[in-house]
Design a protein around this ligand. Structure first.
Ligand code: PMV
Length: 354
């Protein structure tokens, strides 16, 4: 009969890179020019919830994002769907008296509904959570027996940074060497309880969508920036080792120094790109100044900052006390809806509001 539907729902948080991925060596497979390291956020805040459904009554693959239908014709969606279908297994659902064989998945169509619990256009790395969640939900639906790292290599083909959202805690995306990308995948460095003191606060400087997409930005940087070549060869490999060490030892001073330096170098690469790319704005720069001055005053870093392809500040405090002080400072110097375009704060650890 055509009347059955099988569904699966998954929830995936976004991640923030502390050693940035910037530049692809293969655009189709999404293979990066360097390793990167990220921290996965608390799922209660910035996360995607995706429900995938399969039924013989569906006539084509379709997807809705925040209730609005979007096209699945793009190469990245197609890569993810193809790779997961290829790995699909047999599914038995005794309750429904259902058996879907491996080969049936090629003929069956999918409906996908995805929701972000944060504004999609806010430039808050929504594609990372989105593709990770899509791949994870599909793998469950289709009983694909792949481990998280193998799934990460599929999510990577949706959006590079998505591969890191398959794990919680601290995650490394290993760039890999293979031409086919099979060894370009994410591994967990430390689980989510490993460094529990850290509190992440995101200052939403602007909710406008970024002007230069990361895809075209990276392409231009790879083609024109000499600083990027230096970064990839001389800087990142050392930082990756140091960052892993800092995370392992809960060494906040090194963690903060590396995180801030790497964000600043990423934005320097953007400026070194022809034509130059500006992701940060005046407010972003003022936030950097404020944190740098405070850290200097304290003698030891209290807060690390990092910015992705947009002006929003991701601030990582060493503990709850520093987070409260940070928030007080931010609210004093950057009151929401004042002369700055800063409009809200997202707290990475909800307990701070209690
Ligand atoms: O995966 P993309 O195309 O969204 O690129 C992400 C690039 C940065 O966010 C700037 C850095 C990173 O490592 O996440």
């Amino acid at each position: 009969s055509k009347r059955w539907v099988r569904m699966m729902t998954a929830q995936t948080p976004t991640n923030i890179a502390v050693i940035k991925y910037w530049g692809k060596r293969d655009e189709t497979l999404i293979l990066p020019v360097n390793d990167s390291i990220s921290v996965t956020l608390d799922p209660d805040h910035l996360c995607t919830t995706t429900t995938v459904a399969v039924s013989p009554s569906f006539e084509e693959d379709r997807m809705w994002l925040n209730g609005k239908e979007i096209s699945l014709s793009g190469g990245r969606f197609q890569s993810c769907l193809r790779e997961i279908r290829r790995r699909a297994g047999d599914v038995e659902d005794r309750e429904k008296g259902l058996r879907i064989g491996k080969s049936d998945w090629e003929k069956l169509h999918l409906h996908i509904a995805s929701f972000n619990n944060f504004p999609t256009a806010a430039g808050l790395a929504s594609s990372a959570a989105g593709f990770a969640c899509l791949v994870f939900a599909l793998a469950k639906l289709m009983n694909a027996k792949e481990d998280q790292s193998q799934l990460s290599a599929i999510a990577r083909q949706g959006s590079g940074s998505a591969c890191r959202s398959l794990f919680g805690g601290f995650v490394k995306w290993i760039m890999g060497n293979d031409k086919d990308g099979s060894d370009s995948l994410a591994v967990q460095l430390a689980h989510d309880k490993h460094w529990d003191d850290l509190v992440i606060i995101i200052a939403v400087v602007s909710s406008r969508q970024k002007e230069t997409s990361s895809t075209s930005g990276m392409r231009e940087s790879v083609e024109t920036s000499l600083l990027l070549q230096h970064r990839v060869k001389e800087v990142v490999p050392k930082r990756i080792v140091q960052m892993e060490e800092a995370i392992k030892n809960h060494d906040f001073a090194s963690f903060a120094q590396l995180t801030c330096a790497d964000s600043n170098q990423f934005h320097a690469v953007c400026l070194d790109t022809c034509p130059p790319i500006f992701y940060m704005n005046d407010t972003s720069h003022r936030i950097i100044n404020c944190v740098e001055k405070w850290n200097r005053l304290e003698g030891t870093p209290q807060v690390a900052y990092t910015f992705d392809a947009g002006p929003n500040a991701v601030l990582i405090s060493r503990d709850r006390k520093a987070a409260v002080q940070l928030l007080q400072r931010l609210l004093f110097y950057f009151p929401p809806n004042s002369d700055t375009d800063l409009n809200s704060y997202v707290i990475g650890d909800k307990s701070i509001l209690k």
